[in-house]
Design a protein around this ligand. Structure first.
Ligand code: ARG
Length: 588
């Protein structure tokens, strides 16, 4: 189905042509003076020079051609030559009817859907998730859902940090605590226990202690590096222990991600590509892409057009060890082999921008990807506290995601029980749902690349540009629909009617923008566009609601028309929050 602006532009182009002008001048845009009109066309201004005519003359001639347009209800030529436009109620109604009948509300599906991999978790095994991971999870999940909704095939991969020094540190820390574990007995031949010799809380204690110790004690660090080496070279006890670490950690991660409605299709990690590295390195050497530099193996990636220094991409360290780069390159290789994606999108902290530039250039230069494969870095900004510095706990420590979620839920619960008569158990459940909207909307409503301030008070407010406000609006609609049914109304028997007042028409116009908005949000990987849209839509709805008698309407046919409009508004709002990754309760 065509976007409404395309249909308006076509109608306008025909009018320009009929008046003897170039149809290309008929571009219609949203009005930047909504107090005067709904849409506008500035083509007469643009054509004035070409046709050596006063723009107002052209505008008037075009307006004359539209006198009995079925699409435009009002066309006014205004000085110096603008066309101010209002659509006809009948056209608006027919557009919405067509949207309503379409499963995707008129969003056109791609002729050739793309296969997209989104790399967006980045959690590190044995380390608790911190607020830095919230952005990757929340933004990545939303982009995955938006692109899927728009008809593409999308695979989300958590890409765990599960193979580096942090693993050696945990193993060393464990060895000091429990030196007698069979895993450390290199002569052991039997089966290893199926139960992990630690819990998630122990694991979370071990890593920070070991990491701190390795910073002060070079000998300890050397032991951790040796443990890493043993793990990576396949020493059975180390591998078995690592599997326990991975399993315990992943179970905990799934719980945490789950509480944010974040789901990955693939739970792969850096370790998965370990075995691909030797062949990949050999290939890069043989083809002459990689060369030695100060003992290390590197691929030059600078280009003539560079305005800043882009250092070579390091493939192996001077001691032959692989690096973060190496696993990322091998992961690209593996993804190309297994999934043949058209695009890989990385949702990672924007401070890794230069790093990904190097990796992408290296992958292209060494032909790990096809020339047409899109590699996209979607760098996000920092979540800051009210002091403008990266968000911390009250004590100044790193805030754990779990605690952040809990605090938001507590705050939401307080707000829900204040002045509302809702049973405690239900209030708790509702608080959980609404808290997720508060966190996610607070994040997603900002352009991803920008830093933002985490303001729990504002994010959990029922007023303003917030998740709870959107949910509140949806719940309001649901409650009207419930009452309509209680009065004997049937939602499957209602049908849309032409708008009868300004606020109703404004709501209908806002609904027509859904498909163009969603196409742009997918194209530009921009969830903030969905947020901006539903905020406007919720405002348009609430304005309409305050101006219009709905349940009290006496004319049954008009009442059914209003109810149909509510159903469509609810469906579009719910579709939007679903792609943002949260849902609405039945009441709140
Ligand atoms: N584990 C990394 C970190 O915590 C993020 C991984 C991002 N993805 C990637 N393919 N490098 O910084």
């Amino acid at each position: 189905m065509k976007k409404i602006l395309e249909m308006l532009t076509e109608e306008m182009a025909k009018a320009f042509e009929k008046a003897g002008y170039d149809g290309a001048l008929g571009k219609v845009t949203l009005s930047n003076r909504p107090d005067l009109c709904e849409y506008q066309c500035n083509g007469a201004m643009a054509g004035a020079k070409q046709y050596k005519k006063a723009p107002i003359i052209i505008a008037e001639e075009v307006a004359d051609q539209l006198a009995d347009s079925k699409v435009f209800g009002e066309v006014t030529a205004v000085a110096p030559g603008f066309l101010n436009l209002k659509v006809s109620e009948a056209f608006l109604l027919s557009y919405l009817e067509e949207m309503e009948a379409d499963a995707k509300f008129g969003l056109e599906m791609p002729e050739k859907p793309k296969k997209i991999i989104i790399d967006y978790g980045g959690a590190n095994v044995a380390k608790p998730l911190h607020v830095g991971h919230i952005r990757a999870a929340v933004i990545g999940e939303s982009i995955k859902r938006i692109c899927r909704y728009a008809g593409h095939e999308v695979i989300g991969d958590v890409h765990l940090g599960d193979w580096g020094l942090q693993m050696g540190l945990v193993i060393t820390g464990l060895q000091d605590r429990q030196p007698d574990l069979v895993y450390f007995d290199e002569t052991y031949q039997g089966e290893y226990p199926t139960e992990a010799p630690f819990t998630i809380s122990e694991l979370e204690e071990i890593y920070p202690a070991a990491s701190a110790k390795s910073k002060e004690d070079p000998e300890y660090k050397a032991r951790a590096m040796e443990a890493t080496r043993k793990l990576q070279s396949g020493v059975p006890g180390y591998r078995a222990l690592w599997k326990h670490i991975l399993a315990v950690s992943v179970a905990d991660l799934k719980k945490n991600y789950g509480s944010l409605n974040v789901e990955f299709d693939l739970w792969k990690g850096e370790s998965d590509v370990h075995d691909l590295i030797p062949d990949m390195v050999a290939y890069m050497k043989e083809e002459g892409y990689a060369h030695e530099s100060e003992g290390a193996l590197v691929v030059d990636v600078k280009e003539e057009t560079d305005t800043k220094e882009i250092p070579p991409c390091m493939i192996l360290k001077s001691d032959g060890a692989s690096l973060y780069n190496t696993t990322d390159l091998a992961t690209i290789l593996e993804r190309m082999n297994l999934y043949h994606p058209d695009a890989i999108i990385y949702v990672v902290d924007k401070r890794q921008d230069l790093y990904f530039e190097q990796v992408f250039r290296c992958a292209r230069k060494t032909r790990l990807v096809k020339p047409e494969t899109e590699l996209k870095f979607l760098g996000f900004g920092t979540m800051n506290g009210k002091d403008g510095k990266p968000f911390k706990t009250r004590e100044g420590g790193v805030m754990r995601l779990e605690n952040l979620i809990r605090e938001t839920k507590d705050e939401m619960y307080q707000k829900i029980i204040e002045g509302r008569h809702i049973p405690e158990e239900e209030a708790k459940q509702v608080a959980e749902i609404v808290a997720v909207s508060a966190l996610k909307y607070g994040d997603l409503s900002n352009q991803a690349s920008k830093d933002y301030i985490f303001d729990i008070d504002r994010f959990t407010s029922f007023e303003g540009d917030t998740g709870p406000y959107i949910l509140y609006t949806i719940v309001r609609i649901k409650s009207i629909l419930t009452k309509y049914k209680e009065q004997g109304g049937n939602l499957s028997e209602v049908s849309l009617k032409a708008a009868q007042n300004e606020s109703e028409k404004a709501l209908m116009l806002q609904l027509t923008q859904f498909n163009a908005m969603m196409a742009a949000a997918c194209e530009e990987t921009a969830p903030h566009k969905v947020c901006a849209y539903i905020y406007d839509l919720a405002n348009a709805f609430n304005h309409f609601y305050h101006e219009t008698k709905i349940l009290g309407e006496e004319d049954a046919s008009r009442k059914a028309g209003l109810i149909a409009l509510l159903v469509l508004t609810r469906d579009i709002l719910e579709t939007c929050i679903d792609v943002l990754g949260f849902s609405a309760p039945e009441r709140m």
